[in-house]
Ligand binder design. Sequence first.
Ligand SMILES: Cc1cc2nc3c(=O)[nH]c(=O)nc-3n(C[C@H](O)[C@H](O)[C@H](O)COP(=O)(O)OP(=O)(O)OC[C@H]3O[C@@H](n4cnc5c(N)ncnc54)[C@H](O)[C@@H]3O)c2cc1C
Length: 414
Amino acid sequence: MKSVDFDTIVIGAGPAGSTAAALLAENGHNVALLEKTKFPRYHVGESLMPFCYFPLERLGLTDQMDEIGFTQKFSVQFVTEDGSQSRPFYFFQHYDHPSSTTWQVLRSQFDELIMDKARENGAEVRELTTVKSFIEESGSIVGVNAISPDSTAYQLRAPMVIDASGRDTIAQVKHKWKKRDPELNKIAIWTYYKGAKRDPGLDAGSTTVAYLPGKGWFWYIPLEGDVVSVGIVAEREYLYNDTRELSQIFEREIKNNLWIDEHLNCGEQFGKYWSTGEYSYRSEFCATNGLLLAGDAYAFLDPVFSSGVFLALKSGEMAADAVSNAITNNDFSAGQFNDYGKELCKGIEAMRALVYAFYDESFSFGDLIKSNPDLRGDLTDCLIGDVFKDFTELFGAVSDFATVPSKLKHGLVA
Ligand SMILES: Cc1cc2nc3c(=O)[nH]c(=O)nc-3n(C[C@H](O)[C@H](O)[C@H](O)COP(=O)(O)OP(=O)(O)OC[C@H]3O[C@@H](n4cnc5c(N)ncnc54)[C@H](O)[C@@H]3O)c2cc1C
């Protein structure tokens, strides 16, 4: 084999890639983290789940999270079309632990914090460096072809590559591994407001999910500096039914939920309107020889329960552990990553089943808990991100109200 430049190359410095790189470097491995943009860069996905705390704790970043002064999030609440508000769901009532106060983050700052940690731990971070393709030899990935900031093409070699390129999904595109979720095919339009209404006290930083029955839902995420992130998620045909002008669609939809309308009334929209076809997907495979997928580069789930950053951090952490083992065993074959794939799919499936229930017209969390008060704890576990456990009983009960999807068979090693 030709000489190698690094033990591991990580593509993408979002939460998944930077976490993997930081933990591998901390473990003494020689890691390159390649990021196509220059940080800080904009990213959507500001609302964290309580269990983000644990990967952040392992990274040694929880104190810095508090020092930065991100908006504290104590709860999530659900609002109906006519503006009726559920009792906020306070995480600390379920689990009396520091993780129960989580954060609404400015992703530019949050992602840079983790990338800086990777650098501090010894990873070689190269920004403005775009990975164009993989180098494949004798059935294994052995490096990448990249473009440097001055547009020079070059190769980097390593026995292990982690694809954490987010929704660019480099490996899925190259290998044609992308499998869209059969039902979760919504799109999102979002923007930002200044001076919009905040609920009082503990609820000031709450995430609100406001329903548009039969159509979709709004997110309302209070951020620092009196800014609120507001977005709508719904079917493409519905949103684009009379215009493709994002601002007009947004204005039209605000009027369809009283709570959203009332909260935005006193605020002022600023900046652009963003949109994405945010179709949910999972890669047919999580790994092949010399290659492992993490974060959105592996799977993306509808953002209704704010699970994306958590799954990115967690899969970054799990990828670092799996790759550390592979380095120790000097074995980078796909089989090394069997457990990684199985465990990650377990957590994703729990969230996915909950997302399906959310979109099922005949389902309500209230009815589920009224009939099964003993399952409140399991349901809460899902909502806070404690998802790597057995939820057979919970989803058995959910199936009395809503269709629970069959587990996807793909997503394991090639
Ligand atoms: C509309 C919407 C709303 C969302 N809301 C939430 C929310 O409220 N809460 C939540 O937890 N999640 C939310 N998410 C999901 C969340 O944004 C993602 O799950 C999360 O950012 C995934 O992290 P990641 O590290 O996998 O990828 P990313 O954060 O996307 O990072 C990938 C990085 O790879 C880099 N990259 C890409 N291609 C290359 C390349 N070829 N070479 C080098 N670098 C490359 C990119 O520049 C980027 O920096 C939302 C998503 C959407 C679409």
